[in-house]
Design a protein around this ligand. Structure first.
Ligand code: 5GP
Ligand code: ZN
Length: 141
């Protein structure tokens, strides 16, 4: 498979691996947002987080805070972002699902840039809420 992250897993491509177990691997990002920026990925290829089996998904989230703490201690960060872009329209460039660990400090000059919007009125909000809830309940995904 022509996937750079699969090649990192199989050691066809080099990386600075911080962690590896039977299900997930974590390595330093090649173009860090802040120094220490790392990626936690499933060892098996999944383009989307929605197809990652729950055991692997759990492991990604279980290992991330510990690795993030080690990174944060080392780079003197006060906190960190865990971020995942799913789908190209959401900013996913590498189509092997990955969780970003981005160490943060108040002086890092990095602005996440999320915007906020609002519902036109309460009915619009309630209708959307109802539809999503029914879809979720019926597993109509
Ligand atoms: P995305 O935008 O898909 O969420 O993030 C992909 C990330 O993978 C980027 O932060 C990018 O710097 C990183 N990346 C891309 N190619 C490589 C590579 O070959 N090695 C490593 N270590 N990171 C990579
Ligand atoms: Zn892959």
């Amino acid at each position: 498979m022509n996937c750079i992250f699969c090649k990192i897993i199989s050691e066809e491509l080099p990386s600075h691996k911080l962690y590896k177990d039977d299900l997930v691997t974590c390595f330093l990002d090649i173009a860090p947002i802040n120094l220490g920026h790392a990626l936690v990925i499933p060892n098996e290829h999944h383009a989307s987080i929605t197809t990652v089996p729950s055991e692997i998904l759990s492991r990604m989230m279980v290992v991330a805070p510990t690795i993030a703490q080690a990174i944060a201690r080392e780079v003197d960060a006060d906190g960190f972002n865990l971020h995942l872009s799913n789908g190209q329209c959401a900013g996913q460039i590498v189509l092997h699902s990955h969780l970003h660990i981005i160490p943060r400090s108040p002086t890092d000059g990095f602005s996440w840039g999320w915007r906020s919007t609002e519902y036109e009125n309460e009915n619009v909000k309630q209708e959307l809420f109802n539809k999503i809830s029914i879809r979720l309940k019926n597993k109509n995904l």
